[in-house]
Ligand binder design. Structure first.
Ligand code: NDP
Length: 470
């Protein structure tokens, strides 16, 4: 069986250097695969979008390696190894019974146990879980760590629920999910709506029903019970380390940049923290109701207090910092900046937002969230020569640090904050180089989307072919 990695490394390859016939055939085959995915997964529009974005950046790989078509690698990649959907009954504080739906999509385990977060959000359905799980396969490969791809969650809305209600929900959720998990099988973490509190309740219930203190079964744990330093900060910090590399590749740095961040959750908060530490002025962030602009620089202590401790809305910021503005209509992307970091949710930055960013002088967009930028917005930004860092590379620091947490759990070790942060920084530098060099090698310099998709795909496809038809 041929090895995509060694073969593709052996020479310059690219759509531009290949015959038109080869490109046409590759495109035709990918169109066929994509049509099959749409037909088999009706209505799952986010999943279609994620698959489309990956498939059509792989044309140069298909030209060079037609054997992956015969081995049906694309069809296998687009079909999860296992999908679990289950009922989650729970009672609120008044005794009323609620029924939610739980999901876990175990997408691909060629490189290691399924790894990917759990999302609790009322909008969650199978199409979103599958888009996230699909993206996770390539992201996890890019980290260079031995982890496969998966994702899960529930349409449960934790907003406004008491700690006891969240605990009862998490216990019910884990009562079904635990049978599918294990440190060598499937290792969830957090995502939207699932932070340290939820991971604690989930781990507590797993421990109770399995009668095992199996630390490596979940990541994002508290430091006293098997968690790792820097995991909480990792996605946001990693994003900024990646941005630093992107800027350095263009002769710039974070120092002096004006930064706008969307969201004010886990990823956003720690992206702001690292950007500020590196000398940037972060002037705006948002939640799902509106955004704040603080030209003097966001006071992160206030944001942390509001979001992490008090669990309030961002409107509370202007009560603490009266010089700031709260805006409830319009978009955070209307705020002029040189660096934009979407860190909230999928498809939050569309073409009109991209136009506003370019008009206002933005030079770099990097995704902290998963798939926050719509395909036409990405095309617009790339045409306008805005450096664009896709989430599967730029936000991979979270899952990479989760893999470091698993490593510490397996060896009963715990590393210092400084050591963990320097490992994260090295990993993000490596991911950047991998994407940058792969894009160049495939005739698309500076195209991080192609670089990330191809580099991740090469690793996963090679492993899939090595492991046979499983
Ligand atoms: P959090 O729940 O901590 O924060 C989410 C933030 O995004 C909140 O400010 C929330 O506002 C906002 N938001 C959520 N949904 C919407 C929406 N539909 N419209 C507008 N704003 C919205 O989640 P995370 O910070 O963990 O995750 C953010 C993104 O980063 C997600 O795309 C996630 O998949 C991705 N990601 C997270 C990783 C992690 O380690 N946590 C790792 C890699 C990617 P509000 O409170 O008003 O809902």
């Amino acid at each position: 069986m041929s090895n995509l990695l060694s073969n593709s490394a052996s020479g310059t390859l690219g759509l531009l250097t290949d015959t038109e016939g080869g490109a046409a055939r590759a495109l035709q085959e990918l169109e066929r695969v994509y049509a099959g995915v749409v037909a088999r997964n009706a209505g799952e529009i986010e999943f279609h979008q994620a698959v489309r974005e990956v498939l059509f950046s792989l044309v140069p790989v298909v030209i060079r390696h037609p054997e992956i078509l015969d081995a049906k690698v694309f069809e296998r990649l687009c079909e999860p190894e296992r999908q679990i959907i289950f009922r989650v009954p729970w009672q609120d504080d008044k005794g009323e019974v609620h029924i939610n739906r739980g999901f876990r999509v175990e997408f691909n385990s060629s490189l290691g146990p399924y790894k990917g977060g759990l999302r609790f959000h009322p909008s969650l359905y199978l199409g979103i879980v599958k888009f996230l799980g699909f993206e996770q396969i390539f992201k996890n490969a890019l980290t260079g760590m031995p982890i496969g791809g998966g994702k899960g969650g529930s349409d449960f809305n934790p907003k406004g629920r008491s700690d006891n209600e969240v605990m009862r929900f998490c216990q019910s959720f884990m009562t079904e999910l635990y049978r599918h998990l294990g440190e060598y099988t499937d290792v969830p973490a957090g995502d939207i709506g699932v932070g340290g509190r939820e991971i604690g309740y989930l781990f507590g219930q797993y421990k109770r029903i399995s009668n095992r203190y199996e630390s490596g079964v979940l990541t994002g744990k508290g430091l006293l019970w098997g968690g790792a330093q820097v995991r909480k900060e990792a996605t946001g910090y990693g994003l900024v380390f990646f941005v630093q590399e992107m800027l350095a590749a263009r002769g710039g740095s974070m120092d002096g940049q004006t930064v706008v961040v969307s969201g004010s959750g886990n990823v956003a908060i720690y992206a702001i923290e690292k950007a500020q530490q590196l000398g940037a002025n972060v002037i705006a962030c948002s939640d799902s109701n509106g955004y704040i602009v603080d030209e003097a620089g966001i006071n992160l202590d206030v944001v942390k207090q509001i979001k992490e401790v008090d669990r309030l809305r961002l409107t509370a910021y202007v009560e603490h910092v009266p010089t700031a503005r709260y805006v409830s209509d319009g978009s955070v992307w209307d705020v002029p900046c040189t660096v934009a970091l979407p860190c909230a949710t999928q498809n939050e930055l569309d073409r009109s937002h991209a136009e506003a960013l370019v008009r206002n002088g933005c030079k770099l967009v990097a995704e902290g969230a998963n798939m926050p930028t719509t395909p036409d917005a990405i095309a617009f930004l790339q045409n306008a020569k805005v450096a664009f860092g896709p989430g599967k590379a730029a936000n991979a620091g979270g899952v990479a640090t989760s893999a470091l947490e698993m490593q510490q759990n397996a060896s009963r070790d715990s590393w210092t904050f400084e050591h963990s942060e320097s490992r994260l920084s090295e990993i993000m530098t490596d991911i950047h180089s991998r994407c940058f060099q792969t894009a160049e090698k495939y005739g698309a310099p500076n195209n991080y989307v192609m670089g990330a998709n191809i580099a991740g795909f090469e690793m996963v496809a090679t492993a899939m072919m090595d492991l046979g038809l499983v």
